[in-house]
Write a protein that binds this ligand. Sequence first.
Ligand SMILES: *Cc1c(COP(=O)(O)O)cnc(C)c1O
Length: 381
Amino acid sequence: MSLFENQIPLLKPWLDEKEAAEVRKVIFSGWVSQGPKVIEFEKEVSKYVGAKFAVATNSCTSALHLSLIISGVEAGDEVICPAFTCMATADAIIHSGGIPIFADIEPNTFNIDPDHVAELVNERTKAIMAVHQIGLPADIDALQKIARQQGLFIVEDAACTLGAKYKDRYVGGLGNPTCFSFHPRKTITTGEGGMLLTNDEEKAERARILRSHGASISDLVRHKALGCLQHEYVAAGFNYRMTDMQAAIGLVQLKKIEKIIQQRLEQAQYYNEQLTKIEDIKPPFVPKYATHAYTSYLITVESSKVDRDTLLTRLTEKGVSCRRGIQPLYKEPYFHTALGKYELPRTEYAAHNTLFLPIFPGLQKSQQDYIIKSIKDSLKM
Ligand SMILES: *Cc1c(COP(=O)(O)O)cnc(C)c1O
């Protein structure tokens, strides 16, 4: 029996015999932890996005944590980020000792608003965490300008934006430390996993050392040297390593990436075409400077009669899985006591009025037709 019987899922990773065969090879190779497959996966991803160095990790959250440390965030430093994002963005800042300062988003792209960032900069500000949300690049050049003027650095949270382009260059190759996620809700998946991309060799090396308990030499190098090499612990690090089994899956997934993005793009175009015909529904906006990876498809519900939550309930009843848009981080219980009071109007509008629709490789046109019809019917009632 299928896991999603009679229900169109929100997402479904595209994994098949090829991934299974590659994992099988790794299992029987005798080397299952971070090893040759991880190195190969790092090379392929860095080549794909056009960055010099890649450091694979067990999640994007840990990659973000490492990026902030290697960039020099210290206790008490303020890091400006959006609130319309995954908790992981703030987790990474907090665990590096930094304080997340939330900026509002642009009303059309749902990405961090550079003008609001500029207003928030003060003498305690150390960095900007630019989040490329839902598969759409944020306006990096505008943020870069502020960073240059104010002496700040940028870390890019590109968890769900592998494969998208900003001004004809892939996100990940834009020059700042950039982190991807390989969770099933992102472009390609390894189950769990992440990667940090950078052009700075020293920072990459420091991230590699911190990834593995602060050890000066990797297990693989030590093993190949047949026990003659002894590593030293040069820092208090973490265990943020990816396994070779995950990397083997990632290598197969990366070969499929163009097909995955093409399918998502076609599905998004079909939704766009059909949904613009429905009054009160706004499809996602794509600015001229970017391409969208459509890792998720987020619509805005602007009806005065049927609100977003009612539409969500009705769609779910009809067998269409959907999710409400991202809730502002500052409304989460953790932040009630941890931070001052926030009220970001555009973030709140997006949180109240947006809805994620199913989009994934393999989603059928007939299923999209059913989803579109269900939206029309749900808005009529
Ligand atoms: C998914 C996501 C993360 C976290 O990625 P993990 O690999 O699950 O740690 C971080 N930031 C954003 C914007 C995300 O969408």
